[in-house]
Design a protein around this ligand. Structure first.
Ligand code: F3S
Length: 390
């Protein structure tokens, strides 16, 4: 990979230790990906913010690379809701370490966004923008639905790109890297839950191959968000196309593999992850909810009486403020709406052992030891709300 004179100076440490570490990391990734050069990015998004994921080693790395960022940079959720507390009790060490992480990011000039859907408000890329994003559900969403261009970055590589303002030019930054190599024909028109189930079903089958999904011309944005999160949690796929819906769906390689997904496979995936046993908690908002989703849920619970398990919803601060009427309705019902954090990166297992959710991604992560240690019931919103509406 060729560096410019200025990049070489940074590489040699003339601009300080943090930029040197950052550009060396980008250089190694560029060599691995056979990039020829670094290209400027318009924004970055950093994952690995919760102390639960970052740990002590991560804090030391952050201190080393701490340096003002060169491009607008948003941050993923952390371990608790800073202003309102919750969703579960945490100990003093967790709180202190978490705030230490936030202070390092704040000194670097990173936004206090604390959301995995920064594309709703804080950090909205446009079609064709080169960006460097971490957080698998956001990467696949912005590549596929918005048409921005990012590789599947890790927290450290997105942070390095934020410091330097550049990323290696390979993979998803080039047309060739965005082509579908598998055609997925889906028989029935899918709803939100079934799109999440399709993601859970396809992820392990497709490995790294970008799919183009056919037969889903009526797909809505929130349904594709559910698909994004489930597919990216169960694979390393950075992008998908939906024929007639996403902007680059004509990018298909020559002689792609063709597979068919029927009603049976989708219903079997839902059934495998569901349970009729009442969970201790109903959690909705993985990825973080949009204001339209909050309005929709508010409409379902308005004026109703709450019974049964706790009901937690997760979104960002800005969306929560924008949808304040819906939030009030949900809180009057007896639900709680949290920002800054989420059902996976908060230490949920401090208080709960079983969770009901409509999220394919959470269904994948929550049962894992060290993530949630939860028994999970995966089902649609209407079925979940049946547990809590009298
Ligand atoms: Fe977002 Fe947390 Fe789910 S970061 S995608 S709500 S696991």
């Amino acid at each position: 990979m060729q560096l410019t004179r200025e990049e070489e100076r940074i590489f040699d440490g003339e601009r300080g230790e943090a930029p040197k570490i950052a550009i060396r990391l980008l250089y190694s990734l560029g060599e691995l990906g056979e990039a020829e050069k670094l290209i400027p990015v318009k924004s970055a998004h950093i994952s690995g913010v919760s102390y639960k994921n970052v740990g002590e080693g991560g804090i030391q790395f952050l201190k080393k690379i701490s340096h003002p960022v060169s491009v607008p940079t948003s941050l993923n959720p952390l371990g608790f809701d800073i202003n309102n507390g919750g969703p579960v009790e945490i100990d003093e060490i967790f709180r202190r370490k978490q705030m230490e992480i936030i202070e390092i990011y704040q000194k670097m000039g990173v936004m206090d966004s604390f959301t995995c859907t920064p594309y709703y408000y804080y950090n909205e890329p446009s079609f064709g923008d080169h960006i460097s994003w971490a957080e698998s559900s956001a990467i696949i969403y912005v590549n596929s639905i918005i048409g921005a261009r990012t590789n599947r970055e890790s927290g450290p590589s997105a942070l390095a790109a934020a410091v330097i303002g550049k990323t290696p030019d390979h993979g998803l930054h080039r047309d060739e890297g965005r082509k579908a190599s598998v055609v997925v024909n889906v028989e029935q028109q899918l709803d939100y839950t079934r799109f999440a189930a399709l993601g859970l079903f396809l992820g392990p089958k497709l490995n790294r191959n970008i799919p183009v999904v056919r037969g889903q011309r009526g797909a809505k944005g929130v349904e594709l968000k559910a698909f994004s999160a489930a597919l990216s949690a169960t694979s390393s796929i950075p992008m998908f196309h939906v024929d007639g819906v996403t902007k680059e769906s004509s990018l298909v390689s020559e002689s792609p593999e063709v597979i068919y997904v029927g009603k049976e496979e989708i219903e079997e995936t839902i059934g495998k992850n569901s349970t009729q046993q009442e969970p201790e908690l109903i959690a909705i908002g993985c990825p973080h909810l949009s204001s339209e989703e909050l309005d929709y849920i508010a409409g379902l619970v308005k004026g109703k009486k709450k019974v049964g398990p706790d009901l937690f919803l997760f979104t960002s601060r800005e969306v929560k403020a924008k949808a304040s009427d819906a939030v009030k309705t949900i809180e009057n019902f007896g639900g709680k709406v949290f920002s800054d954090t989420c059902m996976v990166v908060s230490p949920l297992s401090n208080s709960y052992r079983s969770t009901g959710t409509n999220s394919g991604k959470a269904t994948f992560y929550l049962p894992l030891k060290g993530y949630g240690n939860q028994r999970v019931a995966f089902m649609g919103i209407m079925d979940l709300l049946r547990w809590v509406i009298a």
